[in-house]
Structure formats: C-alpha cells, structure tokens
Design a protein around this ligand. Sequence first.
Ligand SMILES: C[S@@+](CC[C@H](N)C(=O)[O-])C[C@H]1O[C@@H](n2cnc3c(N)ncnc32)[C@H](O)[C@@H]1O
Length: 157
Amino acid sequence: MILALYCPDIAQNAGTTIRTGACLGVPVHIIEPAGFPVAAAAFRRAGMDYLDAAGFVRHASFDAFDAARRAEGRRLVLFTTTGAAAYTDFAFAPTDALLFGRESAGVPEAVHEAADARVTIPMRPGLRALNVAVSAAMGLGEALRQTGGFPSPAPAR
Ligand SMILES: C[S@@+](CC[C@H](N)C(=O)[O-])C[C@H]1O[C@@H](n2cnc3c(N)ncnc32)[C@H](O)[C@@H]1O
C-alpha cells in the first residue's frame, strides 16, 4: 500500500499525512508541483520529527508518478467527492496506491480518468469536502483494515 498526494497546497496537511504514513508503515508519495517547498529539509525545519521514519517519495509530475506505480503493478484508487462508490464497499488490495487530490481543486479530469477506481467517503448533503489529511487517514485505515496491513502492535507491558 502507498499513499499519494496530488500537488498538495498546504504543508501542514502533507506533514500530517507523512506522519500517518510513518506510524502505519505506509510510504507517502508527493506529486509536484506543490504549494510549498517539498525538500525533506523544509519538512524538518517545520518540526517533522517523524520524517526519518517515513518513506517519503517525490515525483516531478503526475505522469512520472503514474509510470512508477504502473511499473510496480499498483492499481490507482482515487479518493474523490464526486460520483463514486463508498470506500467501505470497495475491495482494497495490499498493493494499491491511494491517491488524494489537492486542497483547492481536487484532481484534473485526466487524473480522474487515469484512476483504476474512484471511491468516496460518504458525507452529509450540502457540505463540500473533508480535510485531505483526514480523508487520507480514513481511507488508509479502511484499506489497511481490509488487507490486514496494520503494523503489529508493541507488546503489552
Ligand atoms: C479538500 S478536498 C478537495 C476539494 C476540492 N474543492 C474538490 O472539488 O475536489 C481534497 C481532497 O481530499 C479528498 N477528500 C475530501 N473529502 C472527501 C470525501 N468525502 N471522499 C473522498 N475523498 C475526499 C479528495 O481526495 C480531495 O481531492
């Protein structure tokens, strides 16, 4: 399982997602351009003390990311607010790439179409969207639950 953020706008959301990935053993891929400096040093300066535990991968473009995930045989599962099946009804695979859109605009139509599957987190009517880091945590939690992918917990003391 990998997580990917499409051209994220807000460093704090990317940092929160990288921390989630580090804690759960899931690499986070950042598709650039982003709305902030993506170099590891910039995250470190912002107090991302989990960075060294994170599998943090940068891609210069969506095409570069898409080629890499295809070469690794990963399905692309897009989380979107529009016209898709509930994520809890989708059967995730351990090798899936979970893709989340940018805060300001989601993903462009071409990326929507490049996805192998599109899923949504059902919300109450009339509300726009969840925060991207929250939706990534919810999506990853369900995908790991289904695939038995959570790390083994530390032994009880
Ligand atoms: C703040 S939302 C983007 C809102 C943007 N204005 C749009 O129209 O897509 C950022 C990303 O979080 C994810 N997201 C937020 N709410 C979601 C939901 N209810 N279901 C699935 N994904 C969601 C999607 O990946 C989305 O692209």
